[in-house]
Design a protein around this ligand. Sequence first.
Ligand SMILES: [Zn+2]
Length: 320
Amino acid sequence: MTKFIFTIVVAAAFICLALLESQDSSAAQDSLARASDPTMITIGASRIEVTFEAGSLNLSHDKILHWITTSACAVRTYYGEFPVRRLTLIIVPVPARRGVIHGVTFGENGATIRMYLGQLTSEAELHDDWKMTHEMVHLAFPSVAREHHWIEEGIATYVEPIARAETGELAVSSVWRDLVEGLPNGLPGPDDKGLDRTPTWGRTYWGGALFCLADVEIRRRTNNRHGLEDALRAIVVAGANIEVEWKLARALQVGDQATGVHVLTELYERMGTQPVATDLPALWSQLGVEARAGTVAFDDHAPLANVRRAIVAAAPAAAR
Ligand SMILES: [Zn+2]
């Protein structure tokens, strides 16, 4: 007995309408011991086919589909469009665990995300989750040679919180607080040989995010007309996503063409094979970001305060 249920889900009401198409309404409500039929989520011109592998979850499928939709809307908002036309998303229940445990994104046989979700996960934990958005950001960049893995993780690390702030999922102050706390992990250590040759955790995730501070330089050189967002959108528009392999240099050139300045290529020439120490305290001062007891305060009179405001534009109040 198959029937189609159409539900409009307004996840980020001001920007992103999604259409849920479930093949069995009762199955979508239950925690199932068996694998489910796929549920389709439509995000703009893209479709996400969600499958639940066998196993128990305390949360209803509807709650989990809402989390997926909210994450997809954040990524769509940052990139202008969801980065792949079709995504297979597999939820893998993990017995007796709680929280969003781990995600993996593949592109070889069509864009696919496997997300491992604890059986005991609460709705609040899904609301606070960043991992689904992180994995979806991976869809928006081509596969590059293994030595450049830092750019894939760096972009996901840098873009994920900005995207969630743009749809009101995350406070702007949280984005900057996490950058202030996290980016020092990406600074080169004594034996560092550059991003391509130092595949440590810190240099891969946060070193890659330090590279993404190209955002500041692009905006400074273009009087805030362009940012990293324009470069990353252009790379997707040029046909690159997780399903294709590109040379890193090509992706950076396409990004640079979109902004009209050569920040990405120049930065890669500096940071790829040699350690570059970014002066983070000076950067925060220029941007007007001041760490204060677990949060940040903003100085709107700082020289690059307008750049800071452009990087993480607050979502309209109605969406919060
Ligand atoms: Zn990742």
